[in-house]
Design a protein around this ligand. Sequence first.
Ligand code: GAR
Length: 188
Amino acid sequence: MNIAIFASGNGSNFQALVDDELIKPHVKLLVCDKPNAYVIERANKEHIPVFLFEAKNYPDKEAFETEILLELRGLEIDLLVLAGYMRLIGPTVLAEFPEQIVNLHPSLLPAFKGKDAIGQAIRANVLETGVTAHFVDAGMDTGPIIDQVKVAVNEADTVDTLAEKIHQKEHVFYPKVIRGLIQNGGND
Ligand code: GAR
C-alpha cells in the first residue's frame, strides 16, 4: 500500500507516522500547501519526496487538485492520510479516492467540527474531549468514523495545555489507526 501524507504545518503527526517502522516504508509522498511549513524539513530529513503547491498560484481548487492527482497517480498512491492539512478535500480528489482518505481531527466528532476544535472545547467547558480518525467525505469533518480516543479536560486547562495533551494522544493513536488500515489493505 502506497501512502501520501497531507499536512500544512508543524507536522508532529507526520513525524509520529514516519517514526513507525511498519508505516514508514509505505509513505511515498508529502503533499503540503505552505512553503514555510516545518513539516517540509521533516520530510527532507526522512528522504520523503514533497509536492509543494500554493493555492494562490492556481485559478481554483480543481486546478491544484488536478496537479495533486497527477502526482498521486505517478506514485500509484492508494491511501491519503491527512495530518493537519488545513483544507477541505474537493470533489476532484474525492472522486478518485472514495473511502481512501483518512483525516485526524482534535475532538470527539461530531462535537466541535471545523477550525479551532480545541478552543471550541475549552470555551464549551466540557469535561472530556478527544481525537477522531475518520474517512473523508464531501462534508467538513463528517465522514464515517474509524476510531476515537478520549482526553480529559481539567478546569485549569488552557488551549495550549489541552493542545499538548491532545497531541500526545494523537501521536500514539494515529499511527495505530494507519497500521490497522495497512494491515487490512495488504502489504504490497
Ligand atoms: C493536529 O492536532 C490535528 O488533529 C489537527 O491539526 C493538528 C496538526 O498538528 N487537525 C485539524 O484540526 C484538522 N481539522 P501537527 O502539524 O503537529 O501534526
